[in-house]
Design a protein around this ligand. Structure first.
Ligand code: COI
Length: 355
């Protein structure tokens, strides 16, 4: 994909920068934003000229559809800095394509590639000092779109705002990750919006996750809504299970997000000669494997989470601990992935794109 831009963007630079006040070693995920944001409105059936301007709050009509009907979508991406101070994106075409799939599902207008990709390139050029060198340092990119048209009639809006905001980030999870397997609540259903990166998919998880948090678990592994017997995804990340020396992950579906990290790990695992199977794993299989010792690893995979090992899971009130393994697939795949992202290894897949 070419990132050469012919897009016209208005640019209003911030007069001061917050960068010197930021403690880049102690970042709470998604808490601090850079000096600028990109804003592009859709009205009267057309996308307007984008503007990059100082990061600031803005006003929207209280009756805007985003507030009442949750017509909102987003993406999660990251920028990485290599040893030569060049800034890189990882598979931005995948995020762009998925964003527009989400837009279609939520009856929102698709964002043109130049606004999304060239707009991103332009704001990253302005904010490149915010991308710090060194493994683990990233600039998290949050493109999103909200329905800003006013009126509480339950119909799609006619006006939208596409924005890109940027947040310096290290890890998403600060400690060990323990999960509960969902037995009652569901994240998504067939025919629903589970495959879209729609805001409501995330807020719908807040309450069951709060219940899980109160029991000492960080996340829920969602199961299929119809039978609660198949393991699906963890909401903030897709999940992989290693039983003996085979790695399993659920196929994407109408209920499961087509994660960019997930698909990259599958390709890396195959390249490394690991045995990977994309198929549904039953809760029963997982519990049996935990009991007989063949369950070696569970880990999450996502842009924010990168590769996050899961140390224990709970099902029907019983907690199962994961063993400590010498040759961790999670560790190996995380290294494979991050070496490509930070340009420390050859990118034979052509996934990285220079800003
Ligand atoms: C991401 O990994 O980028 C996501 O969008 C997940 C979000 C809950 C942080």
């Amino acid at each position: 994909m070419s990132l050469k831009s012919t897009l016209e963007i208005d640019i209003v630079k911030a007069t001061t920068s917050k960068i010197d006040s930021v403690d880049f070693e102690n970042l709470l995920f998604g808490n601090i934003f850079t000096d600028h944001m990109l804003v592009c409105d859709f009205k009267e059936g057309a996308w307007q000229k984008p503007i990059i301007k100082p990061y600031e709050p803005f006003m929207i009509d209280p009756s805007a559809k985003v507030f009442h009907y949750g017509q909102a979508i987003f993406e999660g991406m990251k920028a990485y800095k290599d040893e030569n101070d060049d800034v890189w994106l990882f598979r931005p075409d995948e995020n762009f394509t998925r964003f527009n799939k989400s837009a279609v599902r939520m009856a929102m207008p698709e964002v043109p590639e130049d606004i999304f990709i060239d707009g991103l390139k332009t704001i990253l050029e302005i904010e490149k000092e915010w991308v710090k060198k060194g493994l683990g340092n990233t600039l998290y990119i949050r493109p999103f779109m909200i329905a800003i048209g006013s009126g509480v009639i339950a119909q799609p809006s006619t006006q939208y705002r596409f924005m890109i905001i940027l947040s310096p980030a290290k890890s998403y999870y600060s400690g060990e990750v323990k999960v509960i397997i969902a037995e009652h609540y569901s994240r998504a259903a067939n025919g629903g919006i589970g495959a879209a990166k729609a805001a409501g998919n995330y807020s719908a998880q807040f309450y069951p996750t709060k219940l899980a948090n109160a029991k000492g678990f960080q996340q829920i592994i969602w199961t299929d809504d119809a039978t609660h017997t198949k393991l699906e995804e963890a909401g903030t990340m897709n999940v992989f299970f290693r039983i003996n020396d085979t790695l399993y992950t659920a196929p994407t579906s109408e209920r499961i997000l087509d994660g960019v990290t997930r698909k990259s790990l599958i390709d890396l695992a195959k390249r490394d000669g690991l045995n990977v199977e994309v198929r549904s794993v039953l809760v029963e299989e997982l519990v049996n494997a935990a009991k007989d010792g063949s369950l070696k690893e569970i880990f999450g995979a996502g842009t924010a989470a990168v590769v996050s090992p899961i140390v224990a899971f709970s099902y029907q009130g019983t907690e199962y601990q994961l063993p400590k393994v010498e040759n961790s697939f999670a560790q190996q795949l995380k290294e494979d992935l991050t070496k490509i992202q930070y340009k420390l290894a050859e990118d034979t897949f052509g996934w990285t794109v220079k800003v």
